[in-house]
Design a protein around this ligand. Sequence first.
Ligand code: ZN
Length: 195
Amino acid sequence: MQIGDPILRTPARPLSTEEISSPEIQELILEMKATMRVAPGVGLAAPQIGRSIQLIVIEDRNHSHLTAEQLAERERYLQPFHVMINPKIALHETEPAEFFEGCLSVPGFMGLVPRAKSLTVEFLDEKGAPNIIQASGWYARIIQHEIDHLNGFLYLDRAYLRTVTNDLNFERFWRNESIAFVKNLCGSNDAPSTQ
Ligand code: ZN
């Protein structure tokens, strides 16, 4: 589903443990895994494929487009495939991290998004077993992005809108610039008064 589809603006419903073990949901998890890999993406939320339920999949395994320095700056580490169902998030109070982010439901664009650097998340895994983990760095960003989808939010709702760029111009102008440079050049979101 792409931006403009009402399902992306609708809060998703939680799953019961009976539903989680059903063949239907187990097949959906496999379908989401395949869709995420083909896209390719590092996370996918069920509303993005037209299902308004609290189910997300995450896998971060391809870092070939980033330098060692960029990986370190983002605190980005490999994450094996896993599932989060009915996640409940508590953000840790730290200075936000700001990086460019994109979304499979907003194809062709990226924007600078502030996110909490670390968090705690409680969820059920694909077998319905409860889990609680602490996450930080890029992994914490992925979790926040995907849980936003379950609540009807997109990264554009949080992005500094004047930093939004298409993919081609991201490569051409922004990929190798510092975040401070990007923010300074793009300026604030305060548009002149219309009155
Ligand atoms: Zn997304």
